[in-house]
Write a protein that binds this ligand. Structure first.
Ligand code: AMP
Length: 284
């Protein structure tokens, strides 16, 4: 596995492969890898002759009060894991390489960015869309693989690609979980052992709601209440949102029609750690 620091070098490498009719598959990440990331890297190999992963903790998607400076980092370990997962190139630019001095361009996407995550992290998706566009320009991927773990992000990226005419196909890969159901996340390391137990409430709330939906519940407010009731069993939990919406565009009808695909979305604080999870389900 080669480590690439410069955009110009990354572009040259990708162009070279594409001239030789090789397909490039790309996995953007912020590092501190777990099985969620390595699964995406292995999935990338199904689509690409060449697999590029990026490791870049993107400052513009963190608000000033968020965890940018303390976001977990372990470069040596990440290199080993990426290499073992079959990555050919690890693109690891400096902040100054991705944001040249005096940069003034920012991508803002409407509608899909405004609710749920967007409501609680109003600048987050601008940072995500901007950095992903830059990373696509650096790596020139035919395919880019994203995790369902960040469900709303996948909709934002699909909109980015469609609206700005990127020649990249977006692949979404299912959420990888711990044996007890907790969605894997680099941020899980922040949890104390007690909080780690409490964190199981996210997947539990999703499971209970899925069960009720399969029993025939179709009312959106009722589904949301089922999740809230489960989440509130953890004392001190702070719920940013626990909501259901149409999976395609996150719209929120009062009643979901039979056979529609919906997404259940949760974001909560367990102690000081903010965790998100989601599930896709077809209404009966
Ligand atoms: P991050 O490094 O957290 O920005 O994540 C990089 C990519 O990995 C994103 O597309 C995430 O959605 C994906 N990802 C993170 N955690 C998981 C997980 N538990 N299962 C599947 N994909 C994940």
């Amino acid at each position: 596995m080669e480590i690439i620091r410069l955009v110009s070098e990354m572009q040259k490498i990708s162009e070279g492969h594409k001239k030789n009719n090789k397909k490039v598959a790309f996995v953007p990440t912020m590092g501190y890898f777990h099985d969620g990331h390595t699964t995406l890297m292995k999935k990338a190999r199904e689509y690409g002759d060449v697999v590029i992963a990026s490791l870049f903790v993107n400052p513009t998607q963190f608000a000033p009060n968020e965890d940018f400076t303390r976001y977990p980092r372990d470069f040596e370990r990440d290199c080993k894991m990426a290499s073992e997962a079959g990555v050919d190139y690890l693109f690891n630019p400096d902040v100054s390489e991705m944001y040249p001095q005096g940069y003034k361009t920012e991508i803002k996407i409407g509608e899909v960015t405004t609710k749920f995550e967007g409501q609680f992290r109003p600048t987050h998706f601008d940072g995500v869309a901007t950095v992903v566009a830059k990373l696509f320009n650096a790596t020139k991927p035919d395919f880019a693989i994203f995790g369902q773990k960040d469900y709303q992000q996948t909709l934002v990226i699909k909109k980015l690609v469609k609206d700005l005419l990127f020649d990249t196909r977006i692949i979404v890969s299912p959420t990888i979980r711990e044996h007890d159901g907790l969605a894997k996340s680099s941020r899980n390391i922040y949890l104390s052992s007690e909080e780690r137990e409490d964190a199981l409430v996210l997947s539990r709330a999703l499971d209970v709601a899925i069960g009720e939906i399969s029993n025939g519940v179709r009312n959106r407010i009722k589904i949301n209440a089922i999740m809230h009731n489960q989440l509130r069993k953890v004392s001190g939990i702070r719920i940013d949102y626990a909501s259901s919406a149409l999976a395609d565009d996150l719209s929120e009808p009062e009643e979901f029609m039979p056979d529609t695909k919906i997404v259940l979305l949760i974001a909560v604080y367990i102690g000081k750690t903010r965790l998100i999870d989601n599930a896709l389900v077809t209404v009966k």
